[in-house]
Design a protein around this ligand. Sequence first.
Ligand SMILES: O=C(CO)COP(=O)(O)O
Length: 125
Amino acid sequence: MQKLTLALVAHDAKKDDMADFVAMHENAIRPFILFATGTTGGRVMERCPSLSVTRLKSGPLGGDQQIGAMIAEGKIDALFFFVDPLSPHPHDVDVKALMRLALVYNIPMALNRATAERLIVTFDP
Ligand SMILES: O=C(CO)COP(=O)(O)O
């Protein structure tokens, strides 16, 4: 069976949460092919050195758009995007575009840790 692909993205205030989440669910996450925006991917690999994560560009430099393009190409099966709703982001249009494409292509998308905790247990990658 083809491996499922999971994209990980976290705003700065949520990167600790993302690293904790991945560490806590490392065994469940290991079977996925993992992609992440640049800084998020770096933090995840620092915390879980045995995981292999393909790092794209940092979000503000186009990483969100790269993941959006992969979703449009059918290359991403699920998106875990831990959003910080309390800070302004210079690339907010990219953030919205990424969420929009996840909606257009109807892929499972967790926008906070509580949802990701519930979603991760549903996968059999
Ligand atoms: O900005 C982001 C999401 O919009 C995340 O990008 P980084 O993981 O590079 O910080």
